[in-house]
Design a protein around this ligand. Structure first.
Ligand code: NAD
Ligand code: ADE
Length: 424
């Protein structure tokens, strides 16, 4: 841990701050909804005196969330929610220009990653924010006495919400949590359009391959994966979808994609990407039988979707060819190209989602924080979603910022929609 102006921190290099500040400013210009909240927070100081520990991807968009919460009066500390997603210039600027304690270095090993989580929790926060439930998990497994000081937590992503709902089901949850991912203004836009564009961006930055004409396999047809499939199709790839849910598989068929079993799909795939939130999706058996020269990427939360341990086990040789691109030659002579160690390709090989979608995700985070505080002592140890009213207000502000107007129900229509007497 280092110190500057009494601020504890651990970032790569403070001399990167100048570029970081410019990037934070650039993102702010694309985040009008968050800016409106920031202005109100600045006037009302709803978070005055509150300590917040955040474990999020350290990006220019996250920086704008952190500055919004600080403007609301909070003391906020930040660590990374993935060892490879930190933008070092942003981490440096947050420390140097904005006096935020940040603990995050791109490429940190697992030991440092968890040390950084412990460092933000050492601040004794009343609210925690997660992208993947790692802080909540640490509070429940290793730092239980601290949980009684927690008013609540908010969770950004699908995998985190799944973990938290499992804790609620097992009656293990020690405080209330807001599932930000469950807001429509989060998963419909961030997961679909954000992951769709930024994952393709990551694959292209890592490989500079042409997508047109390639066999492009997308594992899953949920919010993220359908976004990736849609964008890959738009760039001229032959997209093949794999699924385990018959309804999603049918949806993919009717959206015009080929659907097949994963083993068969990987035999013809030039590029394959996982986005399921599940483990061992590209398994040992498949790795042996994949097309020679296949490019593998993952954009699901954890690096468990592609069995990289098996790749390591059956490799004859491995070379790093360029940023985020490793070549494996397997014992059977086939080549496999793995992007970003099988971690979130959009954040590790590119810059994550564009600010325009993070605007809505992080407006939800800011509201979640305020809501937890407003409802302090009244909530159960459960996973809550934000109200439809908040969702609608975020969507309306976003539309307003885009110069788009939309219709409202008339009194007659409202009455009609809530009655049953009228018919033909
Ligand atoms: P989702 O639940 O909407 O979709 C997941 C889909 O995967 C489901 O349709 C499910 O049936 C399918 N699936 C599960 N196991 C499968 C298997 N073995 N083979 C094929 N399909 C399978 O979830 P989502 O919101 O799309 O999130 C997916 C993952 O992406 C999660 O881990 C989430 O946390 C993560 N995520 C990443 C980013 C990012 O920036 N890269 C952004 C948001 C979410
Ligand atoms: N998750 C996906 N993209 C992101 C971004 N740009 N910032 C923070 N979290 C993200």
């Amino acid at each position: 841990m280092k110190k500057v102006n009494k601020i504890n921190y651990d970032v790569k290099d403070l001399s990167l701050a100048e570029q970081g500040k410019l990037n934070i400013e650039w993102a702010a210009q694309q985040m009008p909804v968050l800016n409106i909240i920031k202005k109100r927070f600045s006037r009302e100081k709803p978070l005055k005196g509150l300590t917040i520990a955040a474990c999020l991807h350290v990006t220019k968009e996250t920086a704008n969330l952190v500055l919004t919460l600080k403007e609301g009066g909070a003391n906020i500390l930040l660590c990374a929610s993935n060892p490879l997603s930190t933008q070092d210039d942003i981490a440096s600027s947050l420390v140097k220009d904005f006096e935020i304690p940040v603990f995050a270095i791109k490429g940190e090993d697992n030991k440092t990653y968890y040390k950084h989580l412990n460092e933000v929790l050492d601040s004794n926060p009343q609210i925690t924010m997660d992208d993947g439930a790692d802080l909540v998990s640490m509070l429940h497994k290793e730092r239980r006495p601290q949980a009684k000081n927690i008013i609540g937590s908010s969770e950004e992503t699908t995998t985190g919400v799944i973990r938290l709902k499992a804790m609620e089901k097992d009656k293990e949850l020690l405080f209330p949590v807001v599932a930000v991912n469950d807001s429509d203004t989060k998963h419909l836009f961030d997961n679909r359009y954000g992951t769709g564009q930024s994952s393709i961006d990551g694959i292209i930055r890592a490989t500079n391959l042409l997508l047109a004409g390639k066999n492009f396999v997308v594992c899953g047809y949920g919010w993220c994966s359908k976004g990736v499939a849609m964008r890959a199709k738009g760039m001229g790839a032959n997209v093949i979808v794999t699924e385990i849910d018959p309804v999603k598989a049918l949806e993919a068929v009717m959206d015009g994609f080929q659907v097949m079993k994963i083993g068969k799909a990987l035999k013809v795939a030039d590029i394959a990407i996982t986005a399921t939130g599940n483990k061992n999706v590209i398994s040992e058996k498949m790795i042996e039988n994949m097309k020679d020269g296949i490019v593998l990427a993952n954009t699901g939360h954890f690096n468990v979707e592609i069995n990289t341990e098996y790749l390591e086990k059956v490799k004859k040789s491995k070379r790093n060819l360029r940023n985020s691109l490793d070549e494996y030659v397997l014992r059977n002579g086939k080549k496999v190209y793995l992007l970003a160690d099988g971690r979130l390709v959009n954040l590790a090989a590119a810059e994550g989602h564009p600010a325009e979608v993070m605007d809505m995700s992080f407006a939800n985070q800011a509201y979640a924080c305020e809501w937890l505080l407003d409802n302090k002592g009244k909530l159960k140890n459960k996973v809550y979603a934000l109200s439809e009213k908040i969702d609608h207000s975020i969507a309306s502000l976003k539309l307003f910022s885009m110069g788009v107007s939309f219709d409202r129900l008339t009194a007659e229509q409202k009455k009609y929609l809530s009655s049953w007497q009228e018919g033909t």
